[in-house]
Design a protein around this ligand. Structure first.
Ligand code: DQA
Length: 180
């Protein structure tokens, strides 16, 4: 809808300010599940030789360059993952990156937490579960995720962040924009 020139002029500074504020405060929570604290020494032929700290460090650097505030956590406990996802909307996170490790293939509790939180979530895996044992081919959480990045080692996290950035950026813009 076209605005009268005078109004459009008055909106412009506000629009620029909100774009900056939105970009500065978009928060994404990255959760890694069981056994991923062992990256670096855990089956390097499958998962690579990067440690989780190294992956988190480059994810945080990439986030800063995208104007996203990233918080990265790891736990071996399914209930902690459920708590973190459940609290994420109230804590102000706009999106999730989630590598639930083996819980990917078993956890309806994590699936339910994702459905309840209703935040855009990208499923992340270092390996390509579809190319491995048959029991890894089923993801219980996939139906509550916007997509999945798998098979690129630590790069999977960065690629997932990239797609999340586009998604949360779009959702933030559509929340405040007076133009659509
Ligand atoms: C994993 C794949 C899972 O099947 C496995 O149980 C993991 C790691 C991955 O990142 O490739 O722990 O999620």
């Amino acid at each position: 809808r076209a605005l009268p020139d005078a109004r459009r002029g008055a909106e412009a500074p506000r629009r620029a300010r909100m774009t900056r504020e939105t970009a500065a405060t978009t928060r994404v929570l990255c959760i890694s599940g069981p056994n991923l604290q062992l990256l670096g020494t855990r089956e390097p032929g499958v998962y690579g030789s990067e440690t989780l700290d190294q992956i988190h460090a480059r994810l945080e650097a990439r986030s800063r360059s995208l104007g996203i505030a990233l918080e990265a956590r790891q736990t071996n406990h399914e209930g902690a993952i459920v708590d973190w996802i459940g609290n994420a909307p109230a804590a102000g996170f706009a999106g999730l990156l989630l590598n639930p490790g083996a819980y990917t293939h078993t956890s309806i509790a994590i699936l339910d937490a994702l459905s309840a939180a209703a935040l855009p979530c990208v499923e992340v895996h270092l390996s390509n579960p579809d190319a491995r044992e048959p029991f890894r081919r089923r993801s219980r959480i996939a139906r509550a995720c916007v997509g999945r990045v798998a098979g690129f080692g630590g790069d999977s996290y960065e690629l997932a962040l990239r797609s999340e950035e586009r998604r949360v950026g779009k959702e933030c813009r559509s929340r405040w924009s007076p133009y659509h």
